[in-house]
Design a protein around this ligand. Structure first.
Ligand SMILES: [Zn+2]
Length: 83
């Protein structure tokens, strides 16, 4: 399935447009924010597509798996100087 929402990456910004909403556009300064904006627009206006929303869920699952599998640093008890 394709999404009507497009991300156009420029040098310092990302322009988000929607083929089905010619009156709507957004600009974000980085790709992370642009993807979030696209997912939010899709969720509110075009839930039948679920392309950007699905990608967002996959990114969140990946981040959770990485956090769960990261080695845990041992926590040392707080040491006082005895003063
Ligand atoms: Zn739209």
């Amino acid at each position: 399935m394709t999404s009507p929402i497009k991300l156009d990456r420029g040098g310092r910004s990302v322009v988000i447009t929607c083929d089905e909403c010619p009156h709507w556009a957004a600009v974000r300064t980085n790709l992370v924010e642009a993807r979030e904006c696209a997912a939010n627009h899709e969720h509110m206006m075009h839930p039948e597509h679920d392309v950007h929303g699905s990608a967002r869920r996959m990114r969140q699952q990946y981040a959770r798996r990485r956090a769960d599998s990261a080695p845990q640093m041992p926590v040392e008890p707080y040491k006082t100087t005895g003063l």
